[in-house]
Design a protein. Structure first.
Length: 146
């Protein structure tokens, strides 16, 4: 695997599929994908954003997804979980295997059984970033661990 980021829909799907194949070939525990934070426009703006925090004292954590052992793992808010459940209706081979909402954390950790080929999983990852996490068409995605 030689590329680790992409900013166009077809390039991102290829990036995700390639990372899944590399993960399987290497026998690693999982591979991790991350989308840029909303408002992450330039290095200077990112530096300024890092210095400032939200009113409640926390920074936005960029959305991420992990794939391993035929399972996708992600965190989401209640609103994102509703959108995720709607999206899953279009992917019958993908099923929620576990929902966990620890009291000390905001949101829900979701584990999704993903018994599909790398291209279909890549389509789901792309659609999740776009439709569940509401990323714009030109968002940048990274493979941060394979």
């Amino acid at each position: 695997m030689t590329r680790f980021s992409a900013a166009e829909p077809t390039d991102r799907q290829k990036l995700f599929a390639d990372a899944i194949v590399a993960h399987r070939e290497r026998g690693s525990a999982f591979c991790t994908f991350q989308a840029e934070s909303l408002g992450e426009e330039s290095d200077a703006e990112a530096d300024a954003a890092a210095e400032s925090e939200d009113a409640d004292g926390t920074e936005e954590i960029p959305p991420w997804m992990q794939f391993g052992d035929r399972t996708l793992n992600l965190d989401c808010t209640d609103e994102e979980l509703d959108r995720l459940k709607e999206l899953l209706g279009e992917f019958p081979a993908f099923k929620i295997a576990q929902l966990e909402s620890p009291e000390e954390a905001e949101g829900t950790n979701v584990r999704i059984s993903a018994k599909a080929d790398p291209n279909r999983i890549a389509q789901f990852v792309e659609r999740t970033f776009r439709e569940v996490y509401d990323r714009p068409e030109g968002y940048v995605a990274w493979t941060v661990e394979v």
